[in-house]
Write a protein that binds this ligand. Structure first.
Ligand code: ADP
Length: 474
């Protein structure tokens, strides 16, 4: 009976629900529509006679007994419903196809016909895939007809990809068929493929860069270790050189001062030049000996409670004469109450003396200034000058061991600033350089901070590069 067939057509297997919801819901709807449309179609060709008469006979007695009129009314109703359902099937974007157990296509909706051509009555493998024989390996028809619900993707010869959901479906003559919905997913697949390729490229690049980074950090570690070894080696040599050099210097002083007999002007000049060269060598030796000591954390043993203003005053005293000789104004701005802090006064004096001497060395006129600001937890010390300044490209290198700038004076080791920064860091502070000095627009400015209490973690390691800083800072 027509109605029975509708119900039978609607009987989709429960496994259908295991697929993708939207496709499955669509297929379920399609099955209902198709079943209803096909069954209603039969109503117009004879089977209505019995069914409708039966319905009419059941309903007639309650409506005044006009059974024939009721049958006609129901038939009209069914026909208009069928037209409506067919309209919906026609307007679907998805292709819908019904294939019988003999692989003959029984139904295609307009969208399926648009995409694959009208193949109703032809074998599915021939019409859809151009094959003489049923598709081997991937034909799902036998399983679906037996009751399975299948969902798969199929790439066609022209490159289009379809997502197919199929389910068993009984045709109006009760033949077990396969009902399938075809959705063109070519664009989605292309995007998916491109995304996969992109993510592959991304992970390849990441891997390559990670390897490069690992190699670089290994190289850096190796270089650091080599540098440490060289410095240890130099320290060992210089340690042995220091005693004879100091003895030679004492002898030269004695001769210059006339303790070994009269010295004429020419001899005195030669002796003084020799003493200056030995002075330079002894400075280099003591700098070279300082680095491994600091890296071994020996500074901590020298730390004590100190009055910072006193440390500054001693440093200023040691450079005052040289500033006067060069006619430079030396400005010193200290807190009214001397800040007390924990540190090595000898080493902090070394830092301040180095910064002030450099400032005087590289300034021909104007002034050298020093200011100490006492904040709650730390001190901030600034030394700036009105001198030649540091070229921008050299700024990041000034704290490197042995670096001497293009403006460097003849005497010097290129170790003064690198040791100063090590000392500051051993106190838990930070040190940086700016050129030109931001406040005056000329010369250079060196700033360092010092926590008043040194944290136990403060230590110093070898530095190869400056911290990230603005272009005029290092
Ligand atoms: P040295 O003074 O022995 O060369 P430093 O480590 O003290 O070594 O300084 C490194 C370099 O930084 C110097 O050679 C110089 O080029 C530059 N420099 C340091 N202080 C100043 C300054 N106040 N003005 C200009 N250049 C400076």
């Amino acid at each position: 009976m027509a109605k029975d067939r509708v119900l039978c057509n609607l009987r989709l297997r429960p496994r259908l629900l295991a697929g993708r919801p939207s496709q499955l819901i669509l297929l379920l709807g399609i099955a209902a529509l198709l079943g209803y449309a096909l069954a209603s179609g039969d109503a117009a060709c004879g089977l209505s006679a019995m069914t409708l008469a039966l319905v009419g006979s059941m309903v007639g007695p309650f409506t005044g007994g006009n059974e024939a009129e009721w049958a006609r009314h129901l038939e009209k109703l069914l026909k208009s419903e069928r037209d409506r359902m067919m309209g919906i099937l026609d307007s679907l974007d998805e292709g819908v196809i019904m294939i019988g157990p003999d692989r003959v296509i029984r139904f295609m909706n307009p969208s399926m016909i648009r995409q694959f051509g009208d193949g109703i009555g032809s074998r599915c493998h021939k019409h859809l895939h151009g094959l003489e024989e049923p598709c081997r390996g991937f034909c799902r028809l036998p399983d679906v007809i037996k009751g399975a619900t299948e969902r798969w993707e199929r790439r066609f010869a022209d490159g289009t990809v379809y997502e197919i959901v199929s389910s068993p479906f009984a045709d109006s003559d009760q033949t077990p068929c396969m009902l399938a919905a075809y959705r063109n997913v070519t664009r989605e697949k292309l995007i998916e493929l491109e995304l996969m390729e992109l993510s592959q490229i991304k992970s390849d690049l990441l891997l390559e860069k990670t390897r490069e980074l690992e190699q670089i950090s290994k190289d850096v570690a190796k270089l650091r270790e080599e540098k440490r070894r060289i410095i240890r080696f130099l320290s060992a040599i210089t340690h042995d050189l220091r005693a004879p050099l100091s003895a030679t210097q004492s002898c030269l002083w004695a001769i210059t001062d006339g303790y070994a007999g009269p010295v004429n002007e020419e001899q005195r000049d030669l002796l003084q030049r020799s003493t200056r060269r030995i002075d330079g060598l002894l400075t280099l030796i003591s700098d070279l000996l300082d680095i491994p000591r600091m890296e071994a954390g020996q500074l901590v043993q020298e730390m004590e409670e100190l009055s910072f203003n006193e440390v500054v005053e001693r440093s200023v005293d040691s450079v005052e004469r040289r500033a006067k000789e060069k006619n430079l104004t030396l400005n010193v701005d200290l807190p009214g109450v001397s800040p007390r802090m924990h540190g090595s006064s000898r080493r902090l004096q070394q830092v301040l003396t180095n910064l002030l001497s450099n400032a005087i060395n590289y300034t021909e006129e104007g002034s050298v200034s020093l200011r100490v600001a006492d904040a709650e937890d730390e001190l901030c010390v600034e030394v700036w000058d009105s001198g030649v300044g540091i070229p921008l490209e050299e700024l990041p290198k000034v704290f490197q061991d042995f670096f001497r700038g293009s403006n460097a004076k003849s005497d010097g080791t290129g170790l003064g600033l690198s040791i100063s920064r090590r000392i500051v860091e051993a106190h838990g502070g930070k040190m940086w350089a700016e050129s030109p000095c931001p406040e005056t627009g000329q010369g250079s400015k060196f700033t360092f901070t010092l926590p008043k209490k040194v944290s136990s973690g403060a230590a110093v390691g070898p530095r190869t590069a400056s911290d990230a800083a603005p272009a005029n800072q290092a």
